[in-house]
Structure formats: C-alpha cells, structure tokens
Design a protein around this ligand. Sequence first.
Ligand SMILES: Nc1ncnc2c1ncn2[C@@H]1O[C@H](COP(=O)(O)OP(=O)(O)OP(=O)(O)O)[C@@H](O)[C@H]1O
Length: 246
Amino acid sequence: MGPILQVDALYGGYLPNKPVLHDLTFSILQGEMMGLIGLNGAGKSTTIKNILGLLQPQKGTIRINGLTLAEQPLPYRATYAYVPESPELYEELTIREHLELTAMAYGLSREDYLSRSHALLEQFHMQDKLNSFASHLSKGMKQKVMIMNAFLIEPSLYIIDEPFLGLDPLAIRSLLELMVKMKNKGASFLISSHILSTIEKYCDNYVVLHRGHMVAQGNLVELRDQSELPAASLDDIFYKLVKGDS
Ligand SMILES: Nc1ncnc2c1ncn2[C@@H]1O[C@H](COP(=O)(O)OP(=O)(O)OP(=O)(O)O)[C@@H](O)[C@H]1O
C-alpha cells in the first residue's frame, strides 16, 4: 500500500514568484503519526493549506491515496478531516446540529452516528451542552466541537493544527487517547504543534520546517543523528536545528 499522503517537491505561498515553502518532500503512511514542527512563520499552516486545497501548489504535487485534488476532488477531500487552530463553527447551530450535519455530509449511518456521537460527547464531557448554540460555548468547548466532528467521521487522515491549544488537561488527555485509538485502527495523522514534549511521546516521524525549508525529517533517532545530538529530546534537537537563525 502506498502512502496516504505524499508531498513532492512542493513550493507554495501567497504571491506568485514569492514562495513561502521551498521544495518540501515528505510522506505519511497508513497508521503513522507525523509531527510538523517549526517556529512561528516557518510555514506549517501554509503547508496544511496546500494539502487541504485552500492554496494551489506553485510547484510540485500533493497526493492523497495516490490522487491529486485536481484529479479526484471528492475522494481526495473525503479522505481527511481537518481541525483548524481556531474553531470555525456555525454560531446559530447547536452542537447536536453540527454533529448531525457532519454525519449527513459524510453519509454516516444513523447507528454509527448515534454510537460515535454518544461516545465522543462522553469523552469530552459535553453531554449537557448538546443543545447549546455554538455562540454560547467557551473557546475550549468550541474546539472540542471541532474535534468531535472530525473524529465522528473516522477519516483515514486527520490533519490537526495545534491540537492542544485552548483545551483543558482532561480534554487533552481525551484527545490523545482518541488519537492513539484511531491510529491503532489504521488512521494517519499530521499534527502541527509547538508542544514538543507532548508530540515527542506520540509521533512516529517529524518534519522540521525552518523559514519554509525542511531542515530535518525522520523519527526521533534519525533526528538525533541529523542534529548530532545522541539521546537528546525533541525540544533540544529542535533548538539546535533552528537556533541562531531565527
Ligand atoms: N494570508 C497570508 N498572506 C501572505 N503571507 C502569509 C499569509 N499567511 C501567512 N503568510 C506568511 O507565510 C509565512 C509562513 O506562515 P505560516 O502561517 O505558514 O507559519 P506557521 O509555521 O503556521 O506559523 P505559526 O506557528 O505562527 O502558526 C510567514 O512569513 C507569513 O507571514
């Protein structure tokens, strides 16, 4: 089986002839969790926008299950769920309506919808908010709704931008447990995060971006080799890779 996500020689950005991303190449296999790390402005969100199809690659290709967005827009988009850094909800819809809308859009059976949404609401301690409007929720609760919507459809690929931001410690734990559960069932993850001590415990591989360039990639052992820091933590490796040049 080929990679679920393949990024090849990607150049991308916001202005023609002024790429923010320079020659990114990496792939994510089935059941793999990839950490995308870099300083503010390194290009993590721009990479994600290219993968989602919100930005067009200026050069290079992005394939999900071997297909580009232009070749097969529907299967391409149906493969992933995306959780943005800041929650984006319909203010005038309730949590229940958000979940039902997602279930309908992705063709979930009523049975799957009911059992999965019940489990998710319990996991994130949101049962008593089911009929609350999004506009009446706290920021962390809104983030939980985004997360529940993503996990409801059980996609093959989860793309999560700063997953831990704004969540309370219980919710962070629930999210991590859920990620591990889905990974064990074969799902893949692309996680962009600054919380290196947490992602070090969960990710299999990393892409380190610096000023739009990939300065290292691989698992922790390979990153230790590449940075010549045997036994170092991800935090120490990262610091060495980007220090003095930020
Ligand atoms: N909408 C935009 N228009 C023009 N330039 C942008 C836009 N968004 C981001 N950039 C630029 O692209 C570069 C990469 O930004 P990006 O948002 O991808 O960084 P990031 O790694 O996600 O950072 P952070 O950790 O702060 O979220 C930065 O130089 C930024 O100024």
